[in-house]
Design a protein around this ligand. Sequence first.
Ligand SMILES: [Zn+2]
Ligand SMILES: [Zn+2]
Length: 90
Amino acid sequence: MVELCSMDFHKRYGPHGEDFIEVHHLTPLSTLDPAALKRTAPKTDMVVVCLNCHRMIHRRLDKILTLEEVNTMIRNQAKSPGFEPPVGQR
Ligand SMILES: [Zn+2]
Ligand SMILES: [Zn+2]
């Protein structure tokens, strides 16, 4: 499980939030031909992210952000004055 933010839906919402995650394909599926699609290995081509981060990754229509970019974004933001970690997060 890739850690972007530390949002844990299970911790936040209890059993109701368990497994409330989304799968992000590192290689956009639309760029793959059917043969390549068959070869996609879940372990290397897919990551599990929370819904918020997933939306951020796809926010810009012209550019899908990498996990590193979102990670850097979160870290930089955490350093900015006035940042308060959301309740329940480190
Ligand atoms: Zn995605
Ligand atoms: Zn997240």
